[in-house]
Design a binder for this molecule. Sequence first.
Ligand code: LLP
Length: 462
Amino acid sequence: MSGRVPPGDYAGTSPHWLREPADVNALVPVLWSSTARKGDDGVLHIGGLAVPDLVADVNTPAYVLDEDDFRARARAFRDGFDGYDVFYAGKAFLSTAVARWVGEEGLCLDVCSNGELSVALRAGVDPARIGYHGNNKTAMELRRAVDAGVGRIIVDSFHEIERVADVAAQLGVTQGVMIRVTAGVEAHTHEFIATAHEDQKFGFSIASGAGLEAARRVLGHDSLALRGLHSHIGSQIFDTSGWEVAGRRVLGLHAEIAEELGHVMPELDLGGGFGIAYTTQDDPADPAVLAAQITKIVTGECAALGIDVPHLSIEPGRAIVGPSMCTVYTVGTVKEVTLDAGAVRTYVSVDGGMSDNIRPALYDADYSCTLASRASDATPVLARVVGKHCESGDIVVKDEFLPGDIAPGDLIAVPATGAYGRSMASNYNHALRPPVVAVKDGQARVIVRRETEDDLLATDLG
Ligand code: LLP
């Protein structure tokens, strides 16, 4: 189309990692769920369904969840981390259907709020296979969790130890607990930082001795059973160097508790945080490879300490649901904006935005996207996909090449939105949160419906 920026002339306007694709219609497989396909007509299919047909029923924006892909990723963690308990971190995305799939695939479930616990219980998840996190669980929330028979409560403060002990004593049960510790390691993507102390709200610091003191206090209560330590070092991590440092420190405390307090804890949880591909920059490892590396770190450290290897568990959220879901939007407007350097950026506005995916605005997160409703042989242009909210930071995909004839009415699909997309969605600007449609073998099932105006107005008492 005339007026569009000529190909190849994007110096300074596109990120270093973004390459103009050889075929702008093609999918980059690592970014998509396993059943995602495009035919010669450019129409995206997921779970055997054509996305344009799917959204003709449910409208856009919509999250499309590939059930087979979700289950396969859950199994890859279960089988890859053989001998571990794998707790799916429900904070990434949880619904009744998903909680059921998690149980059916043999995983346990990590919840971190009363609401998530409600979903888990409603789905019929065995409470003994639920772990309950959070740095400020109320007495009421704890009572409900203990009463429901939640297998492990991950305690996060001295106040909470007393609170859980009281609740369990009142209910006449012995509650399994784990102690959340901070190992002084913060890992993000390819880097980690190891420090002597930890300036954040979660857990008991190992370095300061708070972790040991927490164990002493837990062991002082007959109503509590100390099952182990818990350490979560960060999110969207690609290599295991952070676990190496954290593992050494956590197992050091594990051994110290046995030695000083005479209690050998049967378990150890190493948290979640395994990275996924949002763009071609990211290169996630296979769960079995991660498992081999982490197991080697733990067994090596246990051998050095002369202790038995505890029963291990992990808590992946993003790496299971993230790539299983994409978001489908309809293009509403297309605008060319001339930048200082004279280059042109094509702004493509879609019918969602920061209310259905806050991650670009909150974390400067990168995503990619593709034209999902047709093929195009137009020259690709450097585009920025933006939402419809009243905020300039309302970006859906910061940088992507899209066909130069992108136009109102086209569908755009953004892969890898499953983790923390719907779960952090909001009603900003009174947006209605989109539905989650599960697809499998040519069948679609709405597992979370779109909000309605009545939902919005129901809490406004006039
Ligand atoms: N376990 C614990 C104790 C956690 O705090 C978390 C995440 C997980 C497991 C799961 O981590 P995952 O495997 O999903 O990375 N909203 C942010 C992520 C916050 C993660 C908080 N904790 C985002 O959108 O990137």
